[in-house]
Structure formats: C-alpha cells, structure tokens
Design a protein around this ligand. Structure first.
Ligand SMILES: Cc1ncc(COP(=O)(O)O)c(C=O)c1O
Length: 479
C-alpha cells in the first residue's frame, strides 16, 4: 500500500482552514526554515480513504479473537468511552482552580475508594502512565520507606522470581536496586527454600507477579509475604493482570504492601496500540505519606489537591496522570458493581481453563495446574522433531483472522505461546478458535513447509524482526 507521501499530487489540497486574514508575521531569519516542509498534498477524500484502508488492515476485538497473553484484549463496554467523552470531563484544564473541577476530583477520590477496596489498599495514586511506570512508582515508595527509617543504605536488593514479568527486574534496576533472581520450583511457583536463602538484612523488598507468567496463582503466597516481612523487606504485587482475581481475592489481604494495576487491561482501556494507559498504584496506610503529590483531600465539604507532602517521592507524571483512563476505570467498576466484578474474573478464569482443556487435544500445556486468566503451551518438542515452531502457528493463525497469542514469552519456556481468551469471549468463539488451533497444528505437523510459508494473506509476511527492532526506519526517506 502506498504511503501518503507516495500518493501526494503537487498542488492538491484540502480546504479545511479558512483563508488567513491576519497580517504576515516577520520571523527573525534564524527562526525561519530553509525550505518548505515536504508535506503530502492530498484531498480530504484521498486522506479519508487512506486511513480507512489502514483501519481495515488492523485487527481488534471488534474484528475477531485476540488471545494475546498478558494483555487482556477484552471487549471494553462503549458506554465507558461515552462517559469519558463528556465535555464536562474533556473540556477542563488541569491547571484550573480546584473549586472549578470538583467533579473531576470526585472521580479521582471515588476511583481511589473503589480500586482501593478491590485491592485491599488504603490509598492510591493515578499518576503513573503505564504498568512499568506503576512498578517504578511502587519501588520508589519502598525505597523511600527504608530511607525514612534510616535503612536506605543497607536495603538495596529487590528479589524477583524468574517467573516475574520482565519489567519487574528492569524496574528494580531503574530504582538503583540490585536484583536477586530466584528460580521457580518444578511446579512453576516460587521455591520457598530459595526465597528463604535469598532474604536478609539487605532485602528492600520482593516483587511478585501474580498470577505469574505461567498463568499460575502462587500457591504459597501468604508464606512468601511473611518470609519477606520477617526479613524487614516490603512486598510488591504486580497486579497488571488483575482480571484473574478482581473481586475474588485481594493483594492487601495476602500481606502485600503495594500494588500496581494496569487500568489499560482490566479496567476498560485497551492495552497496547500506544494509547494512553494508567498504572495506578495502591499502598497500605504506612506508605501513603510517600505517594506522589498532590493528593486529593476533603476540607470543609470541598475537595482540593494537596501538594504539601514532605514525605512524598514527588511527581512521577504531570498533573493527575491520564485522567480519562481513570474515569473509564471508575465507570467500569461502577457499572459492574460488587457482583459483576468477581463474575468477570471468574469467567476469565473459566474461559482460559476451557480453552486450555480444548488445546490439550494437541498442544503441550506447560503446567498441569488449573490456570488463572491465561495459560502457556510449548512447541519445543514439535520444533525439535519437525521444525514446526511457535512462530509458524502464530503466522498461520493470521490467515484465519485470529490474532496470535503472545509468543516466546515467558522466557523460561521454549517455543511458548501464551493464550489469554478473556471473559468477553463466548463459548462459540472459544470453540471456533480452538478448532482452528487444532486444525493448524495437524496441518503443520503433516506438512511443515506449508506452516513455514504462512502467512499468505497479510500485507507483510515474515519481516526480519530483529533488524526492525535494532534499526527502525521511523521517517519517510525521500528519494
Ligand atoms: C505482569 C505485567 N507486569 C507489568 C506489565 C507492564 O505494563 P505496561 O506494558 O503497561 O508497562 C505487564 C504488561 O503486559 C504485565 O503483564
């Protein structure tokens, strides 16, 4: 498909703007461009058709099944988008006086109340813009807590199990901590003996991804938090995938001190695509003085943003974070209510287990345990014996209108496919997708070359992904 630059026709234009009736401003020569920008010259029809054609090439939950593990690509109710588009929310400025944005401050306060209730935490911040940013904020809270106790210099290690999300160790390093990696036991869960050996006087904390990246709920979770607390460390819950547990069990009740949520997964904003996200962070009361400032407080019946917090880690993002994402999360929580939230989580787990059960007809599932919201299969044996890889199946799925599962993740599983069907997929959809997975497996095993040649219907087949990542071409190269 040609790019807009290639479709450009000299002299063609859209008449979107009125004639300029202001006098020309004479910029200083140093401020002037040497040559006019090479913008594409197109009509409105040309542009509209171009973007519509691009849209038809994109795959979203409205087009079909999207079981991208660790991403929760579920259907998000449109009503929440409608709420977030209300002019009372979109046409305010973050620098407006508090008295004029009482409704927005009430949104932040209610979101803190309800998401705090769901996580078992006492206070929250909505400043972090994404999950990894939430982790950073959480570990900064932990660091600040030890510093305030005069133990900052000695507590410099963060323990991270090997089944954690890759952002966890990266976060710890970004916070100036060193990472102590502990390996999982044969059941895919944290090995308690390895944990006991790892904790000590230098432990700042532990970051636990739960469900872990194998889709398993850590079976010794309360023992884990106890062991770390006894050593004087704090425990961080990576709650990016709260879809599996919301309304059923709370990190705060399992001994965790702080948690981040990916509102752009579980709470009505899609994950991925580069759009705004929110890595809201919740914490127990003793960490609340360290939260990013300002925080919303109530005084004389009115709400205001309080920036006078001497113990705060400071700001981690401008203003109140991606406010409309928080608003959508609040609308989602309020529309689902006390009964709907656990029902969504239970259906997510049910759907994943059903899909896992169907795929077991052909695929090797990594853990024999009941899974949470997602599960991992491996094509390690098929790759060795027949040369059929996870990539082959993923590419063949594209030809069937199914977005591939997450591939080659978690790193502790070779030839991994991580499948997360989500609760918004019906049984017919799950069965149809499982039938496709099984059909492709059989075809690929009977004829590996057929599998290597997939995809056949997409505009791009198998790009050199390493080269694309290492040497991205981000600007149009004029000939
Ligand atoms: C368990 C877990 N933690 C952290 C993250 C990071 O979230 P984000 O991509 O918003 O930075 C993800 C993202 O998928 C995740 O699955």
């Amino acid at each position: 498909m040609d790019l807009l630059f290639e479709k450009s026709v000299a002299g063609r234009a859209c008449t979107l703007l009125p004639e300029n009736d202001l006098p020309d401003y004479d910029f200083a020569p140093a401020q002037k461009r040497a040559a006019a920008p090479k913008l594409p010259e197109l009509s409105e029809t040309d542009i509209s058709r171009h973007y519509s054609a691009l849209e038809r090439r994109a795959h979203g939950v409205n087009n079909g099944f999207y079981p991208l593990g660790s991403c929760t690509m579920k259907y998000n109710p449109r009503v929440n988008e409608a709420v977030a588009a209300l002019p009372g929310f979109t046409e305010v400025h973050p620098l407006q006086p508090d008295a004029t944005v009482q409704g927005c401050l009430e949104v932040l306060r209610l979101a803190e109340k309800y998401l705090g209730e769901i996580t078992g935490m006492d206070a929250m911040t909505f400043q972090p813009a994404a999950g990894a940013h939430g982790e950073l904020t959480g570990v900064m809270l932990i660091k600040k807590y030890h510093e305030a106790k005069g133990e900052g210099a000695k507590r410099t290690k963060i323990i991270v199990p090997d089944s954690a999300h890759g952002t966890n160790p990266a976060t710890a390093v970004m916070c100036g901590m060193s990472v102590v990696n502990i390996t999982s036991g044969p059941d895919g869960c944290v090995d308690l003996e390895a944990l006991k050996a790892a904790v000590g006087e230098d432990t700042a904390g532990l970051m636990l991804t739960n469900p872990n990246t194998l889709g398993i709920f850590e079976k010794d979770i309360c023992e884990i938090t106890e062991i770390v607390h006894e050593a004087g460390g704090l425990v961080y819950y990576d709650g990016a995938n709260l879809n599996a547990i919301m309304g059923v069990i709370r990190p705060g009740d399992m001994g965790f001190d702080c948690v981040h949520l990916n509102l752009h997964k579980t709470f009505s904003t899609p994950h991925g695509g580069g759009g705004p996200g929110s890595g809201a962070v919740g914490c127990k009361a003793f960490l609340a003085p360290h939260l990013p400032k300002p925080v919303v407080v109530e005084e004389n019946g009115a709400l205001r943003r309080d920036g006078s917090r001497p113990g705060s880690i400071g700001k981690v993002k401008a203003f109140d974070g991606n406010f409309l994402v928080t608003l959508k999360a609040l609308a989602y929580v309020m529309t689902l209510g006390r009964a709907g939230i656990p029902a969504a989580a239970q259906n997510a787990v049910l759907n994943a287990n059903y899909m896992m059960h169907r795929l077991k007809e052909r695929y090797s599932v990594v853990s024999s345990e009941i899974c949470m919201h997602e599960f991992v299969v491996t094509l390690e044996k098929e790759a060795k014996e027949k040369g059929v890889t996870a990539m082959d199946i993923a590419k063949a799925l594209l030809d069937e209108g199914i977005h591939p599962p997450t591939m080659y993740f978690p790193l502790i599983v070779h030839e991994a496919l991580m499948v997360e069907p989500t609760e918004t997929e019906g049984k017919e959809g799950l069965d149809a997708a499982a039938d496709v997975f099984i059909k492709l497996y059989d075809k690929a095993m009977a004829d590996p070359d057929w599998a290597h040649a997939a995809p056949r219907t997409t505009p791009i087949g198998r790009p050199d992904e390493v080269a694309a990542a290492r040497n991205p071409v981000l600007r149009y190269q004029f000939g």
